[in-house]
Design a protein around this ligand. Structure first.
Ligand SMILES: O=C(O)[C@@H](O)[C@@H](O)[C@H](O)[C@H](O)CO
Length: 357
């Protein structure tokens, strides 16, 4: 198993690459969508939270990720000894009508095909995605981790309607007519996801790119009045069963799975890694379940992280684990220290589990 490091778009620079290497990472998971683009000032501390208007503005619908820019970042990372394992998340600007079943759906499927082919040509093996109308919303921050370290969490259900022009917690059309998105049923959402896989899986297979599904974060039954796709561990199976290809895989977020109200986390780790569908792992810990949970340091939450590593090893998982995000520590560099603590713990844990006989 390999230690990876997740970096947001605005962190893709030499200093952050050096920092990841210093933390012991060999791999990177890169966010190419800039969640903070229009709202950097409201979201200090490099943890996207947002409010009713989301993380901010989506990108340029006409500007697809180019071979040149992705190759450049891949090369720069390589010059620091880091391999890019995955790009995490599509830009709502490129696929809002795939999520919403809107008039631009077919055009946007073509965009996603182009992006997948480009990522494959660059030689990045995985794209993580989150098939969600509300996206990652409704989280708060507070001094809830050990020693009062600031961490994200949830206190109550969050069902404020989503205004038109917004999806996946980002605004893709600032000039949308007033009003809110119509609520759909869970079946409609599954149908949309099924179509997404039907259209894109052949392209992903040909391009040599794995599409890895993130569970719903936070995994409440609804969020902003919209259904969730994978808000219980067994629902991952439904997504997998839609396509037998191992390119149809999971961005396996332990924190989110532990926040779910049903099922047993260790069984889920065993089940999905045994099926060889875990593309990469978000290795973070939490206390509680939706709608009342908070993130913790990697060694203090509800999850026995060493047990998870032993199961993964037992099932032959050899992929990348990243801390995703971590509580921020009280010092001059809160984000850096939180991530460094998580990586140090993970490095030692991996060493000890890999050496187990
Ligand atoms: O939670 C976050 O802030 C992100 O770092 C991701 O873990 C996010 O949940 C996934 O990329 C799904 O969009």
């Amino acid at each position: 198993m390999k230690l990876g490091f997740g970096l947001y778009r605005h962190q893709l620079d030499a200093d952050h690459f050096r920092f990841a290497t210093q933390c012991g990472a060999s791999h990177l998971v890169v966010h190419w969508v800039d969640y903070f683009r229009s709202s950097r000032d409201n979201q200090p501390g490099d943890q996207p939270i947002g409010n009713d208007s989301g993380w901010g503005l989506a990108g340029d619908p006409d500007k697809l990720w180019s071979f040149e820019e992705l190759s450049a970042v891949k090369e720069e990372a390589a010059s620091h000894g880091l391999q890019i394992e995955a790009i995490e998340n599509f830009d709502p600007a490129h696929w809002h009508d795939v999520l919403l079943d809107g008039p631009k759906k077919l055009e946007q499927f073509e965009k996603l095909k182009t992006i997948i082919r480009t990522v494959g040509r660059v030689g990045i093996p995985t794209i993580g995605y989150n098939f969600s109308i509300a996206g990652v919303a409704g989280r708060i921050k507070g001094p809830t981790a050990r020693g009062g370290a600031e961490a994200v969490g949830m206190e109550n259900p969050y069902d404020t309607p989503i205004p038109n022009g917004m999806v996946w917690n980002m605004v893709y059309d600032r000039h949308a007519p007033p009003g809110n998105l119509l609520t759909i049923t869970p079946e409609e959402l599954w149908q949309r996801h099924g179509e997404f896989l039907d259209v894109l899986m052949p392209v992903a297979e040909e391009a040599g790119v794995t599409l890895a599904l993130h569970p719903d974060d936070p995994p409440t039954p609804t969020l902003r009045g919209q259904p969730r796709l994978v808000n219980q561990p067994h629902l991952y199976q439904r997504a997998i069963d839609r396509h037998s290809s191992t390119r149809n895989a999971l961005e396996f977020c332990l924190g989110t799975l532990a926040e779910m109200t049903d099922g047993d986390l260790y069984e889920a780790v065993d089940n999905y890694s045994r099926q060889n569908r875990v593309a990469y792992v978000h290795f973070r810990n939490v206390r509680g379940k939706v709608p009342h949970y908070c993130e913790t340091f990697v060694d203090e939450g509800d999850i026995d992280m060493l047990r998870v590593l032993r199961i993964l090893k037992g099932n032959g998982f050899e992929g990348v684990l990243i801390p995703d995000h971590a509580p921020q520590m009280t010092c001059a560099a809160p984000w850096h220290s939180g991530m460094a603590f998580a990586c140090g713990w993970m490095k030692a844990a991996l060493q000890s589990v890999e050496n187990d006989r």
